[in-house]
Design a protein around this ligand. Sequence first.
Ligand SMILES: [Cu+2]
Length: 199
Amino acid sequence: MFRLGRLATTVLATLAAAWLTGCGGADAPKFKLTDVTGANLGKALNLNDHNGRPRTLADFRGKVVAVFFGFTHCPDVCPTTLAELAQVVKELGPDGGKVQVLFVTVDPERDTPEVLKQYVPSFNPGFLGLYGDAEATARAAREFKLFYQKQPAKDGGYSVDHSAGTFFLDGEGRLRLFAQYGQGGAAILHDIRLLLAGA
Ligand SMILES: [Cu+2]
C-alpha cells in the first residue's frame, strides 16, 4: 500500500544531512530519533482543526508538538502511528498533557472535519485533526517537505501514498526531531521526555 517514493527518499537524505551538520557537541542530548534541529522546515502551519477552529503552531507553545501527515482511509501506517503516539502519551502520565499530537490530512476531499472528528480523538481525546483545502494542504506539506500523491485503486476509489514519519517540535515551536515510521514508541517516549526536560 505504501511506497516510499524517490521524493520521500530525498527528504530523508536531506534530513540526514541536516542531522550531520545540525548537531554534534559532546554535550548534545542523546536523542534516539533523528535530530533535525536547525533544519529549514516546519516553521509554519495554517490549517483548521476538526472543530473548525483556525490553528497555527503558535497555539501550542509550551507543549511538545508531534506532527503527522496521513489520511483516515489509510489501512496501516496512519492508524499504527496514531496508536503508537497514544500509547506514548499514556505512558507519560501527567506529562502527557504537555504533548499535542496533530494529524494533518493529506486527503481533505474525503477527510472532512466530521470524519476527522470521529477518527482522530478515537486514539486520544486530546489529539487534533487538521485540514485545509487542496492548496493549504499542499502548502503545509511543502513546509515539512512531505510527499503525498493520490493513487487510483482497482475498485475505482483511490489511496494516498505519503511519506511516513512524525515531526516533533519543542515547547518553543522549534522543529527538533523526526521519527521514521517503525522506529517505535520507546524511542519516541525517551526523546519526548528529553524535550520536556528542556533538551
Ligand atoms: Cu497512512
